[in-house]
Design a protein around this ligand. Structure first.
Ligand SMILES: *Cc1c(COP(=O)(O)O)cnc(C)c1O
Length: 390
């Protein structure tokens, strides 16, 4: 049997044709196809605006800047995430801190958040932004976190990199009912892909305009966004004219990637249905194995099933991982708690700061989960997992 990766893109002939068509067209960098892709994502989510970029990391960075994060501010996120969710706060010159996870869902715990907010209020260092992360594709308890955001005055960015196609309270993640901005990733291991890419969705037109300007150097060609008070050469005399209004970046996505994304969006529902079916099958095949804790499914959320994270006894985890890899199974571990990274330890974080996330990590194994995984693959993975635990 060939190697079974933990995650993998699913590219069909329509995807390929869509990319090739763009290569033969006039636009290669951000143009009309990117706008169509943004429209497809916003229509799916039931949200007003979408701003596509070259990665979810870029989108999270722009989201923080659009919400005014800067020096002297604080950003809080989950320790059970990829490093990017925290790094974007540091890009903006803010400080970063973490909120421990819920032992059942492995998402940011709303009660832990509240306890930390009560302390922060007394010390007058409340966060400006909180980034809950929808781990493995299952939404955080956004209702509770949103209520806290009103009481304590912070903005919410949902890191839904894992979670396009998922739902919360029967509505699509990305609709921003409980947040200012939601970010999805289109990295190849995620639910749909553009190679590299991300999008930020929002219902606030001012936030969307800010993110659009910052994704392209902070430059505008839109007269209504220009500064009319400047003299000398700074007057609009023709169509060549633009103004740089802020220090932006080149975070644009190419049209080829946009075409791939647009084509992939047509398959989103099918991908999620296939992932969901495979997750159900794992749950059946693995039920009753005493040493395995299956991922909890909240009845308030419908996961996109980006990952299938199980827990095995911490003493056996490294052996289980090695045995699976030796047998051609691309098991993985999500996530090493961000605060335990050497870079974050240098900032003062230490083992013991977020014990639930640390305990979760020490027992974590992600089993392969992607739409092209076959029933035979799954039987094989489960057989090898059982063998590794004996
Ligand atoms: C993948 C991922 C990111 C980063 O996404 P990129 O598109 O690779 O920048 C950030 N946060 C989480 C939770 C992710 O899974």
């Amino acid at each position: 049997m060939s190697f079974i990766p933990y995650g993998k893109q699913n590219i069909n002939q329509n995807d390929i044709d869509a990319v090739v068509a763009v290569l033969k067209s006039d636009y290669l960098t951000q143009g009309p196809v990117i706008e169509q892709f943004e429209g497809a994502v916003t229509a799916h989510c039931g949200v007003k605006h979408g701003v596509v970029t070259n990665s979810a990391t870029s989108s999270l960075h722009l989201a923080c800047l659009a919400l005014g994060l800067g020096e002297g501010d604080a950003l809080w996120t989950s320790p059970n995430t990829f490093v990017a969710s925290a790094n974007v706060g540091l890009y903006c010159g803010a400080t970063v801190d973490f909120v421990d996870i819920d032992p059942q869902t492995y998402n940011m715990c709303a009660d832990a958040l509240e306890a930390k907010l009560i302390k922060a209020k007394q010390l007058n260092n409340l966060p400006k932004i909180v980034i809950p992360v929808h781990f493995a594709g299952q939404s955080c308890d956004m209702d509770a976190i949103h209520k806290l955001s009103i009481e304590y005055g912070f903005s919410i960015i949902e890191d839904a990199s894992n979670a396009i196609g998922g739902k919360y309270l029967s509505r699509p993640i990305g609709n921003c009912q409980f947040s200012k901005i939601t970010v999805f990733s289109f990295h190849p291991v995620k639910i749909i892909t553009t190679g590299e890419g991300g999008i930020a969705t929002t219902n606030d037109p001012a936030l969307a305009d800010k993110m659009k300007m910052l994704r392209s150097h902070g430059v505008t060609r839109n007269e209504s966004e220009m500064d009319p008070t400047l003299s000398n050469l700074n007057t609009n005399q023709g169509d060549w004219y633009y103004q740089q209004m802020a220090l932006g970046f080149n975070y644009r996505m190419t049209e080829m990637q946009g075409a791939l994304g647009l084509s992939q969006m047509k398959q989103l529902d099918r991908f999620v249905a296939q992932r969901s079916k495979l997750a159900d099958q794992y749950n059946q095949l693995l039920s009753g194995i005493e040493q395995v804790t299956l991922p909890f499914q909240s009845n308030r959320a419908e996961s996109s099933f980006h990952l299938f994270p199980i827990q095995v006894p911490s003493k056996k985890r490294a052996n289980v991982f090695r045995f699976l890899r030796e047998n051609g199974i691309g098991a993985n571990v999500h996530y090493i708690p961000v605060h335990m990274q050497p870079f974050y330890q240098k900032l003062g974080f230490k083992f013991g700061d977020f014990p639930i996330a640390e305990g979760y990590y020490q027992q974590a194994i992600s089993l392969p989960l992607h739409p092209s995984l076959t029933d035979e693959d799954q039987m094989y993975i489960v057989a090898k997992l059982k063998e590794s635990l004996t």
